[in-house]
Design a protein. Structure first.
Length: 598
């Protein structure tokens, strides 16, 4: 399904069209040796579980219920019981060792697979186009990377091997019981058809319930992510009570969905217990008659009673594991839906590799629409020479910021060409383009960490000295040096302890530290106080030297010294020239200037 065909609330909640289970199993391929060891341990554990009741049953027949006279061969019988007890203890010890080793291997493998899946998921998310993030709430993406991946972890760490173990256990019990006594075995299986039908019904209901539960959890996380980020607005407009009621609605929907998922298992399990009790009663009745008639030994009777109890336990476990499996499958479907999301912008197979990007930018008859229908830019053409300073002005919605997004190829155009140094940007890789561009935006995002890390952004080639120099050039050092820890000062989420001007200066230093060939200033001084703006303006003259600089600003006073000013109106270029030339024309720019003077 095309991303443009989705409604916002439906994004990532469509049903996965592929086969989730085989794809989930493909993650086990690199760990097949470990899984083979685990399956071997399962076979050993199953054999030991079958062996222990047989040991006890044989001991009953040989050393307890045998036809012995009082006191006859007491020492021999006691020795036999001690040997049986030693074998039983040995079987328990081996069971403990195998079980311990198996659980360790499973948990380690599960964690490794989850790590790889989460890494793959985040790497894929980073590759997606900006249009995807325009349409998809952050909370849904967070749910995929956290809750859904954790739900899938249960499949690899517990469910698969336990499913195999229970199936082997049921097959082994069936074979041994038939070998011991066909009549009692068939009586023990009377309730199996009923249990099988119930299991199939439970699987269907469980799948539906778990899909609904995961969808409701996604909606709840989406609501939380959005409203926690906007808590200040909620409090400013006194919307706490209304938002609380809205949250209760999402929470209640998740509660009902979770309750339905739990009830499926809660109803099924007692029925299985009842079936096992009925089967045991039948075996006790028939077996007692056989014991009295001498056709069935006490030991065989004991073995059957233990096996019946053991026989229905894996069936109960299978029902619970199927429920967890359905939950994991439901989560995996959502994960794979996200992984199958194709980036709208693809790098060429053989990208052009210019020695360096000098910064010549050309738009040739460019048409662009975010939704492929309503065009924001209409037949836009212009040229920016290397080192030139060009400003775009116009009313809100005129298409100024769209031009900046297209230069960085965050979106692709529908018609026309965009060239950098004479090369179509479709022939360049996105990394090449974005390494050459430094962008300062109006809304600055500051990450949790310290001042240094927010300037470097994990680019280890940027030295501490380069960070200090970039900060000095934009005058950011004036406030950084006053911080208690200086460049090592801890920064809270979104830089909430800094003023808007300080955050903007950090963003400016960050951009300059990467030394771009093209500098983009998107309303870079809109949120800065007069003193801070003077600091930046003081640095701009030096910073723009030797760089192609593109500016977008509503305050015309900040762009008067640009080499060229391009006036946008309703997606088209209406005027172009220097500040004085545009004033002399008496057109749109002249009117905007007069309005700001007034």
């Amino acid at each position: 399904m095309s991303l443009f065909q989705r409604r916002d609330e439906d994004a990532l909640d469509i049903h996965y069209e592929g086969k989730a289970v085989p794809r989930m199993l493909s993650y086990l391929r690199p760990h097949w040796k470990t899984m083979a060891v685990c399956l071997l341990l399962v076979l050993i554990l199953t054999a030991l579980e079958l062996y222990r009741p047989m040991l006890t049953g044989d001991a009953i027949d040989l050393y307890i219920a045998g036809d012995y006279a009082p006191g006859e061969a007491v020492e021999e019988r006691f020795t036999g019981l001690l040997v049986t007890a030693a074998k039983y203890a040995g079987a328990l010890l081996v069971t403990f060792i195998c079980n311990n080793r198996m659980m360790y291997l499973l948990q380690r493998t599960g964690q490794r697979i989850v790590y790889e899946m989460r890494r793959e998921l985040f790497e894929h998310i980073e590759s997606l186009s900006m249009r995807f993030f325009d349409l998809t709430p952050v909370g849904k993406i967070v749910t995929r990377v956290t809750n859904d991946v954790e739900a899938v972890h249960e499949l690899y760490a517990n469910i698969l091997v336990k499913l195999f173990r229970n199936v082997v256990k049921i097959i082994g019990l069936t074979a041994v019981m038939l070998a011991l006594d066909v009549r009692l075995a068939l009586l023990s299986f009377v309730m199996v058809p009923l249990v099988t039908v119930l299991t199939v019904i439970t699987r269907t209901l469980s799948l539906r319930a778990n899909r609904k539960m995961r969808t409701c959890l996604t909606a709840l996380n989406t609501f939380l992510s959005e409203h926690l980020s906007g808590m200040k607005i909620i409090q400013i407009f006194n919307r706490e009570e209304k938002k609380y009621q809205e949250f209760c609605g999402y929470s209640n929907a998740h509660y009902r969905a979770s309750f339905r998922a739990i009830m499926v298992n809660a109803v099924f399990r007692p029925i299985i217990v009842f079936a096992s009790v009925v089967a045991m009663a039948i075996v006790i009745a028939a077996g007692s008659h056989g014991v009295l008639a001498g056709t069935v030994s006490f030991g065989t009777m004991y073995i059957f009673l233990q096996y019946i109890k053991t026989f229905f336990e894996p069936i109960q476990d299978l029902a619970e594991q199927l429920s967890t499996l359905q939950s994991a499958v439901a989560s995996a479907e959502k994960i794979f839906t996200l992984l199958d999301e194709k980036p709208l912008i693809q790098d060429p197979e053989q990208p052009a590799k210019p020695a360096e990007i000098k910064g010549r930018i050309e738009f040739k008859h460019v048409w662009f629409a975010y939704d492929n229908e309503n065009f924001i830019l209409r037949d836009v053409s212009f040229v920016i020479e290397p080192g030139q300073r060009v400003a775009f002005v116009g009313a809100t919605g005129a298409g100024k910021s769209s031009i900046l997004n297209l230069i960085g190829r965050y979106y692709d155009i529908q018609k026309g060409e965009i060239l950098i140094d004479g090369i179509n940007i479709r022939d360049l890789s996105r990394d090449q383009i974005r390494r050459a561009i430094g962008q300062v935006q109006q809304d600055v995002f500051i990450f949790t960490g310290d001042v240094k890390s927010n300037i470097r952004l994990r680019e280890e080639s940027i030295t501490d000295e380069a960070i200090r120099e970039a900060s000095r050039q934009v005058n950011a050092d004036r406030f950084i040096d006053r911080l208690p820890e200086g460049y090592d000062e801890r920064v809270t989420e979104r830089g909430s302890t800094f003023s808007a001007g300080q955050r903007q200066l950090l963003s400016f230093a960050r951009t300059l530290a990467f030394d771009p060939a093209i500098l983009i200033l998107d309303e870079a001084t809109a949120n800065i106080d007069t003193e801070t703006e003077q600091w930046i303006q003081d640095a701009l003259e030096k910073l723009m030297t030797g760089r192609t600089t593109i500016m977008v600003a509503h305050r015309l006073s900040t762009i008067q010294h640009a080499d060229k000013i391009i006036v946008m109106h309703k997606g088209q270029i209406r005027e172009s020239g220097t500040h004085q030339e545009l004033l002399d024309q008496g057109g749109i720019y002249h009117k905007l200037y007069q309005l700001q003077l007034a």
